[in-house]
Ligand binder design. Structure first.
Ligand code: DQA
Length: 145
């Protein structure tokens, strides 16, 4: 079975250190470990990646096109700006779930619009890092048909 790609955008490498009142104290490595454990329980594996660069994220989505069963993506600030990430996701055939740790709709108005939501099959926001686990359960159930 192909892995589920879990892709993270800019500044998420600072998770746990950056604005913990908004994003919590867990690190991205903690999130990766929890996702790997749950994925194994669900009979899947993950390919977990992060980049601060838009083009690198586009290339990660291309890699998922070749090798991924589905994509869970937190594009971070690129959510609100990136047509390139939307276009890359539109070239991917499997399920796509968009995750935001914070409730973007409760925050500044520039965070209310998402290019990625035009492609995402589901959007999870405001559930903290648990959103990644909820997305994994959902993508596993979509893949199970
Ligand atoms: C975020 C929300 C974005 O608006 C922000 O730019 C981020 C993280 C979230 O997970 O809540 O960097 O995607």
């Amino acid at each position: 079975m192909r892995p589920i790609f879990i892709l993270n955008g800019p500044n998420l490498n600072l998770l746990g250190l950056r604005q913990p009142e908004i994003y919590g104290r867990e690190t991205l490595a903690d999130v990766e470990a929890r996702c790997a454990t749950l994925a194994a329980e669900l009979g899947h594996s993950i390919d977990f990646r992060q980049s601060n660069h838009e083009g690198a994220i586009v290339e990660m989505i291309h890699a998922a096109r070749d090798a991924g069963a589905g994509i869970i993506i937190n594009p971070a600030a690129y959510t609100h700006t990136s047509v390139a990430i939307l276009d890359a996701l539109n070239a991917f055939d499997g399920p796509v779930i968009e995750v935001h740790i914070s409730n973007v709709h409760k925050r500044e108005s520039f965070r209310h619009h998402s290019y990625v939501s035009l492609r995402a099959d589901a959007v999870i926001a405001g559930c903290g890092t648990e959103g990644y686990l909820l997305a994994l359960r959902r993508i596993a159930s979509i893949l199970a048909g």
